[in-house]
Design a protein. Structure first.
Lengths: 242, 242
DNA sequence: TGGTATTTGTCCGTATGTATC
DNA sequence: GGATACATACGGACAAATACC
């Protein structure tokens, strides 16, 4: 592990362990560089990551303040835009709950003009189209529509789609999933939504649209996930630019 | 303006002007440091900001790839978690549309245990509570419930709440709004929601919960915004940690 | 009020490691 | 293997905001 990653991990764990209180200041950069025996640059690299994730905030002339203590054990499944379904379950400590994935469609397609408009993949490109339903405790919560570039996510199969496509991409294909760009909106439930999800009286679904990029900066996935509104939580951080 | 900010702004404008195509590479860091007559540190500071906003992605050993061209003229109002209502209108080029704000409640309160649980302000703290309804083209789209720390947002009035509280905080109180932490979920519409918002057949609203921090790392605002589901879009970027 | 020390912000230069071509 | 490009790390200098006496 890199030096700055060790420092990042150490500080993060101390914050999570409440070793530094909310609104308290970390030791000064000067003190910390001595403690970690590193240069100020390296320390600040670690700090900037923590700041990016919303753990701390540097205040000019004063110090570095702790502004966030993550909470565990939410009642709903909290998503953050980049994780796989499985990852979210783990982070939310809900793996003891029964999770299941059902494949409705597994197909290979060629992008036509309609698909181009939807996915923004170029016309003529070969893609996989996969439709899956996600269950927790036997309740259908999410309908996933995934479109993958075939040349990047080679050799996808039904079996892989049932377990974890992201794991396949990262472990087997050895590609890194780096970044997503997403939007969330609400749509009226379709016939299919009503059929598959037990909406418990709701007449709408939450639709998360995602564009996913690998470590080469290539978009290899477009997906629309239709979520049961009662079990949908999305969270994040935002920074104001000056 | 700082040197790295100039470089950031210059590169950003060039990307937006499509001077660099999607998936194309920027000139190498070496070339750019010469062009901008700066150190590699300074250039990388600028690049890291662009990466954070999802414009570029560095690829080890290859170069820095453009991965995003912002789009304009969405049909819905796109929010990003940190802007004020007014800011969003401007960014979405919808200021020519008629925007209006109505104050339903303007009150000073002291945090009790129930409010503490809701807002996470400590018991006994003095706060402002403001309930507002946001209209675009005479259609009620958002019900805002804002809670402000009175000691930080001093001197708030109804008149200010009708125009722009954020403008007051930044221009008059000279405080900077730096960061928000937010979550989004869907809730069944309440009586009040149905009364105020014309939900056009929807039976639910989008609820955005925000914790807002100033440049001192102090949380000074808690708010819940109940959005008309048909006119709600939330978008952002997420990065996967390794 | 003012000066000094502390703390973070910006910027520079250099060296070495690692991935890609 | 060599050249190129980004990643990590060290060190130093000065500016700007803040705290303290």
């Amino acid at each position: 592990m890199k030096k700055y990653q060790k420092i990042y991990a150490d500080l993060k764990s101390k914050i999570e362990a409440r070793e530094y209180e909310l609104e308290a200041f970390l030791p000064s950069e000067n003190v910390m560089t001595k403690h970690y025996d590193c240069s100020r640059n390296t320390l600040r690299n670690a700090l900037s990551q923590l700041a990016q994730e919303g753990y701390i905030q540097s205040i000019h002339g004063k110090g570095v303040r702790v502004i966030f203590h993550p909470q565990r054990n939410q009642s709903r499944l909290v998503l953050d835009g980049i994780e796989s379904f499985k990852d979210s379950l783990v982070r939310n400590n809900q793996l003891e709950q029964q999770a299941k994935t059902e494949i409705k469609v597994f197909a290979e397609m060629i992008v036509n003009s309609k698909l181009e408009e939807l996915t923004s993949f170029p016309i003529g490109m070969e893609i996989y189209y996969i439709q899956r339903v996600r269950y927790i405790n036997d309740q259908a919560l999410i309908i996933d529509h995934n479109y993958f570039r075939k040349d990047i996510v080679e050799g996808l199969t039904k079996d892989i789609a049932i377990s974890s496509i992201y794991k396949y991409i990262e472990k087997t294909l050895n590609q890194k999933i780096v970044r997503t760009s997403w939007t969330i909106m609400v749509e009226k439930a379709t016939e299919e939504d009503l059929e598959i999800l037990d909406l418990e009286g709701f007449d709408c679904v939450c639709v998360a649209t995602k564009y996913v990029f690998n470590d080469q900066g290539m978009m290899f996935e477009f997906s629309k996930s239709r979520h049961h509104p009662k079990h949908f939580v999305f969270s994040g951080q935002a920074k104001r630019n000056n």
